[in-house]
Structures are given as C-alpha cells and as structure tokens.
Design a protein around this ligand. Structure first.
Ligand code: MN
Length: 144
C-alpha cells in the first residue's frame, strides 16, 4: 500500500486530506511542521510527500530543500501545496526540488492524477480506488 506523508500545520486540512486519501486506498501519515516532517520521512519512509508550503518554523520550501539534499529522501516525490496562487510559487517550489505543485483548496481528481503520475517513479502502485478519477461513494462534490 502506498504510504503518503502529509506535512500540514492546519488541523482541519490535515484531517480532510487524510480522510479523502484513506478513502482512496492510500495509507496516510501526517506531520504538523517541517522538522516533524523530516523526522517522519526518516523513520516512516513514505512513498510520496504532500508538502504545505506555509508552515511554522522552517517553511515548506526549506523542508523540501532539506529532504532533497539528503540521499536517503531525495528520491521521494514531493508535491507542494499552497493556498496562494502567487505568481512564482510554482517556480520557487520546483527550484526547491518539488516534483509537482498544486493549489489549495485541493481539486482532488487533479491531485490524485499528479500522485498517480509520480508514484510509479517511486516504484509504488496506485490504489484502484484512486485511479480513474471517478468520485468515491458518498463523497460530496461540495467537499473541497
Ligand atoms: Mn500552512
């Protein structure tokens, strides 16, 4: 089962992403800030990381830089997430080493597609429930 690490300081977002990805067949672990995320990466070896860019302490850019500077974690795909559709955010996230980028509020089908594109590169299968893009049973379209 593909293991996803969600690094996100906002509890509501953390719980929502966890619930939605779990429903799609992913195993989800979480960290509340960058340093906790680096530690979780070292101890729990996630297959892909969803990185909030706006984090207390070291921000998501610096956290990504540190993960990508370490040979142990360099190969783990990172998708950067930001609430600010700021011009330049994508470029700076990519410059920090992020493999892809998505804006919040999360467009789930689009995020799932980006995850599905990166996971095979990490040698992991995409859960059947996360492939194809159809809505999971009981999931409200208004739930963003
Ligand atoms: Mn944040």
């Amino acid at each position: 089962m593909a293991k996803i690490l969600v690094i996100e300081d906002n509890e509501m977002n953390r719980r929502m992403v966890t619930r939605r990805l779990t429903k799609r067949g992913y195993q989800v672990i979480t960290a509340v800030d960058g340093l906790a995320g680096i530690e979780a990466t070292r101890t729990d070896r996630p297959d892909l990381i969803l990185m909030d860019l706006s984090l207390p302490g070291i921000d998501g850019w610096e956290t990504t830089r540190r993960l990508k500077a370490n040979g142990e974690s360099r190969g783990i795909p990172v998708i950067a997430l930001t609430a600010h559709a700021m011009a330049g955010d994508r470029e700076s996230a990519v410059a920090a080493g992020a493999d892809d980028y998505e804006t919040k509020p999360i467009d789930l089908p689009r995020l799932l597609a980006k995850m599905a594109a990166l996971l095979p590169r990490a040698g992991k299968a995409v859960p059947a429930a996360a492939a194809g893009g159809e809505s999971a049973a009981g999931e409200s379209a208004a739930e963003a």
